[in-house]
Write a protein that binds this ligand. Structure first.
Ligand code: SF4
Length: 315
């Protein structure tokens, strides 16, 4: 379950995901998190899986994808937690390099104040950093950070990283209604991004079932205003609010595919249906997983999503 996909990604094209963190270890507990509330808040890095184990699993999957004449745009660290908590991240990236595929990460930025984290991320081709707030109050409300984290340190670490990173740096700002979508916060983020100089700044909204059912997208007028504020100061701004599509890749084992993808990425029912058909299976495979409580069906914005029921330990 360490490797999943490739899945269609709105930022990365076809992305083979690496889930290098067990559920649900994170530095934040974002109200919009699509994998639920954080049960293990951490800020110290630690080992989780062996780098060799991850590299071996990725290598096997890349070989089978290439043998099937399918393409991959990125191998991406995108776990159901914060990927920079993995103390072996840098070593794992080194082991993946011989594959000759571009490597990316999607991080919440919280550990950017650490030189060892910045050194690991500098090895990557693309780094996507989360910036949901540039003011303390909305940061606490939307990301609910671990108590030892300080926003000033996060933002300063991001600027230090951006100054020395030679790959592609992009930002993602997820706005939640009445939580971090106030104009003061949006302007402060835009001012910060001017200093950061990302290749692109994405504005996003919760599109899959959030950790807190009350976490809703901003009103359309507020989202439009946020876009204008960003555009006044930044050249490359894009919305990330469209549907990523149903082009999830199948290994032929539909149960394995569904469980590994939905652990990190809840899937819409139409995407599940497509994946089941591509694997030559039928819908009873999905029903079986729901009956055994390994998959959970949730209604969100009038649609059904399937997500993996995670066996998390709380601490
Ligand atoms: S959205 Fe990302 S950063 Fe936020 S709680 Fe979930 S895994 Fe952690």
């Amino acid at each position: 379950m360490i490797v999943f996909g490739p899945i269609p990604s709105r930022r990365l094209g076809r992305s083979l995901g690496i889930n290098n963190i067990p559920p649900k270890v994170c530095t934040y507990s974002c109200v919009y998190c699509q994998v639920g509330r954080t049960t293990r808040m951490r800020v110290e890095r630690q080992p989780f899986y062996q780098p060799e184990e991850i590299a071996e699993a990725v290598s096997r999957r890349v070989e089978s994808i290439q043998a099937a004449n399918e393409s991959i745009d990125y191998v991406t660290f995108v776990p159901d937690g914060e990927p920079t908590l993995d103390v072996n991240l840098g070593r794992t990236i080194d082991l993946l390099r011989p594959l000759g595929v571009k490597i990316a990460i999607i991080t919440n930025s919280s550990l950017m104040s650490r030189p060892d984290v910045r050194a690991d991320l500098r090895k990557l081709d693309l780094v996507s950093v989360g910036v949901d707030a540039a003011l303390d109050e909305p940061w606490h409300r939307v990301n609910r950070p671990q108590g030892r984290l300080r926003l000033d340190n996060v933002l300063e670490g991001l600027l230090t990283f951006a100054g020395s990173f030679e790959g592609e740096l992009i930002t993602e700002t997820i706005l939640v209604r009445d939580v971090n979508d106030g104009e003061e916060n949006i302007s402060a983020i835009a001012d910060f991004l001017v200093q950061l100089e990302p290749a692109r700044a994405y504005l996003a909204i919760p599109t899959r079932p959030p950790a807190e059912p009350w976490a809703r997208p901003p009103a359309e007028a507020v989202l439009n205003r946020a876009y204008q504020i960003f555009r006044e100061r930044l050249d490359q701004v894009e919305y990330l609010i469209g549907y990523e599509g149903t082009e999830f890749s199948s290994t032929g084992d539909v149960v394995e595919d569904l469980l590994s993808i939905t652990a990190v990425h809840p899937m819409r029912a139409d995407a599940v249906r497509d994946l089941v058909a591509r694997a030559g299976a039928d819908w009873s495979a999905v029903e079986g997983l729901v009956e055994r409580e390994r998959l959970v069906a949730t209604r969100h914005n009038g649609r059904t999503f399937y997500s993996r029921k995670l066996a998390v330990r709380s601490s």
